[in-house]
Design a protein around this ligand. Structure first.
Ligand code: NAD
Length: 550
């Protein structure tokens, strides 16, 4: 069989392990675990060292007892897939496999691996047999079959089921299994527990698996570590013993003194809390989409309206919706809930109206951003076809490099469909994998390219490094994300860099009235999502120009 490799973000190839490697690895792990146990440390295996698992693993490895001695030894377990195997080598060298804007991530992983020596990673499932606690941080995706109709999709539960079966066949009977993955409500008790119990019985184990659930509230960005360690947690267990164990574990590894733990009666409550939490957020964002259109058509600046409303303390969590609501969680979590109601809990009636609709609205908002680009160009007498459109910001929110399900992706795909030539810039992103590797990323069946035509050329897209240099010859400039670097760009410099007046589209309430005025004075056309007052500014600038001529 041909050798298989996993390629890391720097382009280095990592040879996937062979059968002999597994035996050698496990025999070395057994010795390491025995030594660590002799030091009085608990062995914690974190399964899946992705965005969440890698940082959670480091937080656990950083735990100290009251005397200041490390009390846990953590082994990150990552399956040796071509996509992710390289993460093991990174972790074992003390290098973070996830890129974060939080400087604490790199420092903490390096400290735990190289100084405290409480963190390592492996590829073998056999490591599970050495664990006192297994933390499950693998993904559970929601596969969408159509754009803007989440109800036709389904939860990708098979991979998680498989992982649970593997865990049950390896662990010691008394190991605590803590599911942190966001799962369809009902999963822990109605899927995980029966699967694991069945395997336990086959192995001749008499006790029930000690299963618990606690969800992550991690926020990519500058406070990544704190959003896991110094933040309130919710948890539950399948029985009193599991509940007691999960409470003890989380109290030891997280800052529960300042951020108290909420223990719910049953795992379905903890699972449901996560889904409602994210659906609530998705809904308040989606709700503003119709008001954004209202604002555009009636001379209203939604940005000022929202800021006025936010003065009222009960309404201060309103946020201006950008060109779509992305990130890994908000676009899928409500779907997991709706799916679970039917496929795990067995109901057939259609009680869910708002939750799926919110996701559908958020998933398609980027299409309207593309329409505004088309309309602004049309007003300048230029067709969208063959127009060079520069998009500033491709991540899903400001000042992070996470591009998962960003509104910019939907917008750029639609622009490409209409024949435009998109160019993109983002100070936090080197490669836009969703486009560059669209045949395989996030998975061969998962890419949003399937919802659009004319997508092949997007594989060649480069994330531009020099914003002004790349603007040369641009027909349109789209402000898509509120990155710090875009908040105070000088209109004169922008127009000069482009070489002539261009269409400016503000998708995120980035431009203030003075800046918008300046763009009009320089001969540009300006449009903005939810910013209906722009036409007033346009008329005022035109009137001033006429007065000057007279
Ligand atoms: N990323 C976020 O911002 C965020 C926030 C809150 C909650 N969550 C939830 O946390 C969970 C994990 O998300 P993530 O962003 O870390 O995903 P991710 O895709 O970055 O990481 C998952 C990792 O698990 C590995 N994996 C999958 N199956 C495995 C198996 N059987 N054995 C070992 N490893 C396996 C994958 O290779 C990958 O490295 C999800 O349920 C997600 O919804 C994520």
């Amino acid at each position: 069989m041909a050798k298989q490799y996993s390629i890391d973000p720097a382009g280095k190839k990592h040879l996937l392990p062979t059968e002999q490697d597994y035996k050698k690895e496990f025999s070395s792990l057994k010795k390491i675990a025995a030594k660590q146990r002799a030091k009085g440390r608990e062995i914690v295996v974190v399964m899946g060292v992705g965005f969440v698992g890698a940082v959670m693993a480091a937080i656990v490895a950083d735990t100290e007892d009251k005397k200041g001695n490390p009390s846990k030894f953590v082994i990150g377990m990552q399956r040796p897939s071509t996509r992710s195997f390289w993460k093991i080598d990174y972790l074992n060298r003390g290098v973070s496999p996830v890129k974060s804007e939080d400087p604490e991530v790199d420092v903490m992983i390096d400290r735990c691996v190289n100084e405290k020596k409480t963190l390592m990673a492996t590829f073998t499932y056999d490591v599970l047999s050495l664990a006192d606690v297994v933390v499950v941080d693998v993904q559970c995706d929601y596969l969408k079959e159509s754009l803007g109709d989440v109800k036709t999709g389904s939860a990708d539960i098979a991979a998680l089921e498989n992982a649970l079966e593997i865990i049950a066949s390896h662990i010691q009977a008394q190991a605590l299994v803590l599911i942190e993955t966001t799962v369809p409500p009902g999963t822990t008790e109605q899927i995980a527990f029966p699967i694991m119990s069945k395997v336990f019985r086959k192995r001749g184990l008499k006790s029930d698996p000690l299963l618990a659930h606690s969800y992550e509230r991690v926020m990519p960005g500058k406070n990544y570590v704190a959003s896991i360690r110094d933040f309130w947690r919710v948890c539950s267990g399948v029985n009193e013993k599991a509940k007691k164990r999960v409470k003890k574990f989380l109290t030891e590894v997280l800052n529960t003194e300042q951020f108290p733990l909420t223990v719910l009666d049953k795992p379905i409550e903890s699972e449901t809390a996560k889904i409602i939490e994210n659906s609530y957020r998705a809904t308040i964002l989606a709700f503003l989409d119709e008001w954004s259109l209202f604002a555009e058509r009636n001379g209203v600046d939604l940005l000022k309206v929202i800021n006025a409303i936010k003065m009222r303390p009960t309404h201060n969590n309103m946020i201006f919706p950008g060109p779509g609501i992305g990130g890994y969680c908000l676009p899928k979590d409500g779907g997991l809930g709706v799916w679970a109601y039917k496929h795990i809990l067995g109901f057939d009636d259609k009680i869910f109206k708002i939750t799926p609709q919110a996701i559908d609205i958020n998933d398609t908002r980027g299409l309207h951003a593309a329409q505004l680009v088309r309309d602004a160009l049309r007003n300048m007498g230029r067709p969208i076809a063959a127009a060079e459109v520069h998009v500033l910001g491709i991540s899903y929110r400001e000042d992070v490099g996470d591009t998962r399900y960003s509104g910019s992706e939907v917008m750029v795909r639609r622009l490409s469909e209409m024949g435009a030539e998109p160019k993109v810039h983002d100070p936090y992103v080197k490669h836009w994998l969703e486009l560059e590797k669209q045949d395989t990323y996030p998975s061969p069946t998962h890419s949003k390219k399937k919802f659009f035509r004319n997508q092949e050329k997007l594989k060649n897209i480069n994330v531009e490094k020099d914003l002004f240099q790349s603007l040369k010859g641009a027909d349109a400039l789209v402000f898509a994300v509120r990155h710090q670097a875009y908040l105070s760009l000088d209109p004169a410099k922008v127009v000069k860099a482009a070489g002539s007046p261009l269409a400016i589209i503000d998708c995120f309430g980035i431009l203030d009235d003075q800046t918008i005025t300046r763009y009009f004075e320089l001969g540009c056309e300006v449009k903005g999502m939810g910013r209906g007052h722009i036409s007033r500014i346009k008329r005022a600038v035109r009137a001033a120009k006429l007065r000057q001529k007279k």
